[in-house]
Write a protein that binds this ligand. Structure first.
Ligand code: ATP
Length: 215
């Protein structure tokens, strides 16, 4: 087990967002986090990432903070640095020293190798999003938390994302993924955690989940 939530609740001020959320994330699995707009998916993912404290309940992690990769709505890319410098900087922040070949290979995986020495500030939204994915997947985290990582990606880039998700799962990472296309991404998932009306409506095998019933 990589992560366990036990009866997690979150209030913003006096407003209850989610309550009684219990689930586990196992190595080598993909869990889709589903639910309607405003259900509290991003809030829950931030709690899993340790970026937000639950108001009640427990979050148990068996991995170090450095082994959590989080892709939120912001890309955390430095516009004045090149793509390569961004990856190098990010690696060093996490105590990793990657040589140029490794960084170029990471850029190649997201089809940005030929832009390696260009300022990231000039990148299109999709390119920035792909660089952001390279940044997270490069570090090979044990737990990967993805908040709508497909936003701004075209069909080809979506397949890059799907390949990275599959490769991370293959090497034993546990992934929690807020997808904006739950119905089509179910085939890529092992489990679904669906939130509705502030609580868990479904936590179980992806095969047994019917998106229409929840969203
Ligand atoms: N920092 C915050 N302070 C106060 N309220 C917040 C904060 N962050 C989120 N909320 C509120 O909490 C609720 C859940 O938001 P959240 O972003 O977690 O939902 P979501 O399921 O990810 O939504 P979406 O599918 O639209 O991205 C929303 O009503 C939102 O306005």
């Amino acid at each position: 087990m990589l992560l366990k939530l036990d009866k997690v609740a979150k209030f913003y001020g006096n407003r209850l967002i989610i309550k009684d959320v219990s689930c586990t994330v196992e190595p080598g699995t993909v869990t889709i986090l589903a639910g309607p707009n405003g259900a509290g998916k991003s809030t829950l993912l931030k709690i899993m990432a340790g970026l937000s404290e639950p108001t009640a309940g427990e979050v148990k992690l068996t991995v170090e903070n450095d082994s959590i990769g989080y892709v939120g709505h912001q890309t955390f890319i430095y516009p004045d640095l090149s793509a390569l410098e961004n990856l190098s900087f990010w690696s060093s922040l996490h105590g990793q020293k990657n040589d140029e070949d490794t960084l170029l290979a990471a850029l190649d995986r997201v089809e940005l190798k030929r832009f390696a020495f260009e300022r990231a500030g000039c990148f299109s939204r999709g390119m920035a999003q792909r660089l952001n994915l390279a940044r997270v997947f490069l570090l090979q985290p044990s737990l990967i938390l993805l908040d709508e990582p497909g936003t701004g990606l075209d069909v080809r880039s979506m397949s890059i994302l799907h390949n990275e998700i599959a490769a991370a799962k293959e090497r034993g990472a546990g992934l929690v993924w807020i997808s904006h296309s739950v119905a089509s991404d179910l085939v890529r998932a092992d489990k679904v955690l669906a939130i509705r009306d502030k609580k868990v409506e479904y936590f179980g095998e992806a095969q047994g989940y019917t998106p229409e019933a929840v969203c």
